[in-house]
Design a protein around this ligand. Structure first.
Ligand SMILES: [Zn+2]
Length: 505
């Protein structure tokens, strides 16, 4: 509904109230007025009336006009808020509802059946409801035909592949631990190509724009600075046999591969890396999920490369314009496939092969990890990921769901600017909107219809941000941040930012 008609309706309604210019409207009068609105906005009239009254009674000289203006603003905000909340309720997976329903049965069923109920919950939460995970054991008396059949089943079963992956990962973990015990005398010096400045990148109030200013507004240098600092912190040069010089060359190529776009620049890569590191350190994820060097490398490397060479337009735009990239990647996560391919191509260049010191198996596992993580930064996978974190990422399940966890953390870091303090969040919001509007301008010049998100003449940034936080950010981060209670400050920031946008509508 347009604000104009809302305003008119409110004016009519409040004209029915026996107004008193000295500001002595009673709660019941205001409540009656709100009831008469009958606009279908699901407003709790009593609490709304109380709120309005509390606000009015602060100032005895409140004028009727000011009172009316205040009400119009308040109802508009409630309207925007309730619509966004309704949208948020769409983002709950059926599995999450079923698991919650089953959990609620717990207190009504006899003790003897509780284990079975828990088994049902575990099966649904595992996400493997239709996979055969319990293969028959081969007995000593099995015939040759039975032995062959067993081998074939094993070869094709998901169960066997997962086991294989676990064994290989164990090998990688042992290898990095061996490296940690050897060569105690090696000293890894900071590269002379990066400036020596102090910056606490593990501070919850970290401001990437300040760091960039201190690094002479050089986004690529900021990105390389963060990458170097975090890899050094986790001893990944040593644990993963990554040559420091090669790493510097690789990060130079990657950071300069990012275009000077408003949002998808090397600064975004730096920001996502720093956020992933916050999850690992302050969020306590390394300990709670029992992550090893290979997982940490997988997550940080994914963050570094995840948007490299981004062209500044969306997958939808590339697909609908039959761009060469969309043709190359068959309209399937076009940008994400492109970023990955470009990053792995970079690692094949002279002096850039950061994987050279890895065993073949380590490389295979790490590459798989990075590919899966970056593909999940495609926003079209968001709803599926939400369903997975709602059901499969409890604190107890973290150590056995590492890959899912890494994917969820990278996706979270990628959309994390609402977790920052207002001034940082507001800046990022303006930057991404700038990129969207530029795409909108191109589409308009092509004579295409565009939605308001891309239309600089129609978009209301506060309204868009409020809807985005309610429908996308809060449903995703609420279960995720439950796993990292130490990041409560960031959870609070989301709510503060939401309220700030609501007040600007
Ligand atoms: Zn990104």
């Amino acid at each position: 509904m347009e604000d104009v008609s809302l305003r008119e309706q409110l004016r009519i309604v409040f004209n029915h109230i026996d107004k008193d210019q000295s500001g002595t409207l009673s709660v019941s009068e205001i409540e009656d007025g709100l009831k008469m609105l009958n606009l279908g906005y699901n407003i709790d009239s009593h609490s709304a009336a109380q709120e309005i009254w509390t606000e009015c009674s602060k100032d005895q000289n409140v004028t009727y006009e000011a009172f009316l203006e205040w009400n119009i603003k308040k109802v508009s905000q409630r309207l925007a808020h309730s619509q966004a909340t309704t949208m948020a309720s769409l983002f709950i997976s059926p599995a999450f509802r079923v698991v919650n329903l089953l959990k609620s049965f717990d207190k009504y069923i006899p003790e003897a059946h509780k284990r079975e109920l828990q088994w049902c919950i575990d099966q649904i939460s595992s996400g493997e409801l239709y996979s055969v995970s319990q293969l028959p054991q081969l007995t000593r008396s099995a015939s040759l035909i039975e032995q062959d059949s067993f081998q074939i089943i094993n070869f094709f079963s998901k169960f066997e592949k997962e086991n294989q992956l676990e064994i290989d990962e164990d090998f990688c973990i042992r290898k990095s631990r061996d490296r940690s015990n050897s060569s105690p005398g090696i000293i890894y010096k900071r590269s002379s190509t990066l400036p020596e400045i102090d910056s606490d990148i593990e501070d919850l109030k970290f401001n990437i724009f300040d760091l960039c200013t201190r690094l002479e507004e050089n986004r690529a240098t900021t990105c390389r600075f963060i990458a170097d600092k975090i890899f050094e912190k986790w001893h990944l040069f040593k644990l993963m046999s990554i040559n420091r010089k090669t790493f510097m060359k690789f990060t130079h190529e990657i950071a300069h591969g990012y275009k000077p776009l408003p949002y998808h620049s090397a600064l975004h890569a730096a920001d996502v890396m720093q956020c992933c590191n916050l999850f690992l350190t302050k969020g306590g994820i390394v300990v709670s999920a029992r992550l090893e060097a290979i997982h940490i490398t997988g997550l940080l490397l994914s963050a570094l490369i995840h948007d490299v060479k981004h062209p500044g337009v969306t997958n939808g735009f590339l697909e609908s314009t039959s761009d060469a990239l969309a043709i190359q990647y068959n309209d399937k996560s076009v940008l994400e496939n492109f970023h990955l391919a470009e990053a792995f191509k970079t690692a094949m260049k002279d002096d850039c092969n950061i994987f050279a010191g890895l065993a073949k198996e380590e490389y295979r596992i790490l590459r798989h990890m990075v590919i899966q993580c970056v593909l999940k930064t495609d926003m079209s996978t968001h709803a599926d990921q939400l369903g997975s974190i709602q059901t499969r990422l409890t604190l107890e399940m973290l150590p056995s769901n590492k890959q899912l966890l890494l994917e969820s953390l990278l996706h979270a870091a990628d959309i994390s600017h609402s977790l920052r303090e207002w001034e940082v969040h507001e800046k990022w919001s303006a930057m991404i909107q700038d990129e969207f509007f530029t795409q909108g301008d191109i589409e308009k010049s092509m004579g295409r219809e565009i939605i308001s998100l891309f239309d600089r003449n129609k978009a209301s940034v506060p309204r868009l941000q409020l809807g985005y936080i309610n429908a996308v950010i809060l449903p995703y981060f609420t279960p995720l941040l439950n796993l990292m209670p130490e990041l409560k400050e960031m959870q609070d920031n989301i709510e503060k930012n939401r309220d700030k946008w609501a007040s600007e509508i």
